[in-house]
Design a protein around this ligand. Structure first.
Ligand SMILES: *Cc1c(COP(=O)(O)O)cnc(C)c1O
Length: 467
């Protein structure tokens, strides 16, 4: 399998060559040159596979330049019951007839990002060792991504993580998760400022190309291709768990940067029988607006709201370009002008065009949820099923209700556990969510981090002194 850029300006490259990178050199996103088709017989033949074996079957079709024995070893070390809490790794739970929850949040940081990030940690360690290189990952987090990256990279050879977070602005649980890590290759830096200040610092350091090269600075953000493809596996796993041969199912996906639902789109392109892919947003509804109207309009800071499902508070969806590439017939000549317009005018509108009319053929639908909707959904589900879900998952469950069809199971993706967002759960239900086994007392552990003003020179000095 070879990889290309959505904008057409990158020579074809192998998986291992694009693994450690971010954007393609022409500013586009890296995509596989085609989607491998899984026929019905192959799909039924996968019914007996456990998670690592299934992951190997899917990933090996996208990875041509890592030895199969190595890849098999990497996936079996990644997807273990010790790391993910159950032998199923991503169990499916029935909530009521026709409605299911795909549980993706039993990894070390209690959010679905662990499923991709844990694989990335092992792939990075292997590839850096093979190239004899080091990588210093610099990131900014408001919670979930940073902790998933740290738990994936802790103790890995050749990798260090410098993670910036806004001092005093994460939930107590999220702080404790990150700051209680004492591994020598993990550096938590609490910035005196808000999340945007952290992100600006990362941008400032990364745009100093000489510094970036000298200190081997890299990232693990949501456009990383390996993260996307790792997520394809659980769509197949869920279908295999509940559907009969040939039976279509629908998925509803709480969405922000469009990474998770993009993986569902890829599974569908590979031949998995998926009826609908429902994109659920919160009040930050840039994606819902696009799927309803064809207008994609990036939001400014004043229009990006802080909500009670904070991991979906986005102003633009960084993986969206990969879907639009497919929508436009995988033609860089049609895609590039849209992204030029986006850069100049902050948006584009393909409403009323043939391209937009083609969306239905890709199975996409969308909806939006508000604070009141998610509070009510959390309360209702607790009363009906005795089950607590987190605010993001609740956005998905709420939006899914509008798209259920007779005879088509609806599978909602659980993206985090309620223990991570205790304040919102207390507001919805009046009770505190129980932390899962092993997490009791997390907030009392000794925390290790440095405080720093939002100062580029100071940050550079700190990185230089520690790598
Ligand atoms: C990251 C995240 C999302 C959004 O996922 P995308 O892949 O960015 O669309 C939703 N819910 C939770 C809990 C998350 O951490």
């Amino acid at each position: 399998m070879r990889y290309l850029s959505t904008r057409g300006g990158m020579p074809a490259a192998g998986f291992a060559e694009i693994l450690l990178g971010g954007l393609a050199p022409d500013g586009g996103l890296v995509v596989p040159e085609h989607y491998p088709r899984i026929d019905t017989a192959t799909l039924s033949g996968w019914r007996g596979l456990d998670y690592p074996a299934l992951a190997f079957e899917i990933l090996s079709r996208y990875v041509g330049d890592i030895e199969p024995v190595v890849l098999r070893d990497v996936v079996s070390r990644t997807y273990t019951p010790e790391v993910f809490g159950t032998p199923d790794i991503t169990p499916v739970e029935r909530l009521e007839p026709g409605l299911f929850l795909l549980r993706l949040s039993n990894g070390p940081t209690l959010a679905f990002k662990d499923l991709a990030m844990q694989l990335l940690g092992n792939l990075f360690e292997y590839q850096l060792g093979r190239e004899g290189r080091q990588l210093n990952i610099l990131g900014a987090t408001s919670g979930d991504t940073g902790s998933a990256a740290e738990y994936a990279m802790r103790g890995k050879r050749g990798v260090r993580v410098f993670m910036l977070s806004p001092d005093g602005r994460m939930s107590a649980f999220q702080r404790a998760q990150m700051f209680s890590l004492h591994d020598e290759n993990i550096f938590n830096i609490a910035i005196d400022g808000v999340f945007d200040d952290c992100q600006d610092l990362v941008k400032a350091v990364s745009s100093d190309l000489a510094f970036k090269r000298r200190h081997a600075i890299g990232t693990v953000n949501s456009i990383n291709w390996a993260r996307v493809v790792a997520q394809v596996v659980y769509y197949f796993k869920a279908w295999l768990a509940i559907a009969e041969d040939g039976q279509p199912v629908s998925f509803c996906v709480p969405s922000g940067n469009f990474g998770n639902v993009l993986a569902g789109h890829i599974a569908r392109m590979m031949g998995l029988p998926i009826a609908k892919l429902v994109v659920a947003t919160n009040e930050n509804d840039v994606l819902d607006e696009f799927f309803r109207t064809g207008r994609y309009r990036v939001r400014g800071a004043a229009e990006t709201y802080s909500t009670s499902s904070p991991s979906m508070d986005i102003s633009k969806a960084s993986n969206f370009e990969r879907f639009v590439f497919d929508l436009l017939g995988r033609d860089p000549g049609r895609l590039a002008p849209l992204w030029e317009r986006l850069a100049l005018e902050g948006g584009f509108d393909i409403g009323g065009t043939d391209a937009f009319a083609a969306i239905a053929g890709f199975g996409f639908a969308s909806g939006r949820s508000t604070h009141a909707d998610r509070m009510r959904t959390i309360r209702d589900l607790r009363e009906r099923c005795g089950m607590l879900v987190d605010t993001h998952t609740a956005d998905g469950l709420f939006v899914a209700q509008g798209y259920r069809e007779e005879g088509v199971p609806m599978i909602c993706l659980e993206t985090a556990l309620p223990a991570k967002f205790a304040d919102a759960i207390r507001e919805a239900t009046g009770v505190d969510p129980e932390p899962p086994a092993g997490f009791a007392g997390l907030e009392q552990r000794v925390q290790r981090y440095v405080r720093m003003p939002a100062d580029v020179a100071m940050l550079k000095n700190y990185i230089a002194a520690h790598c």
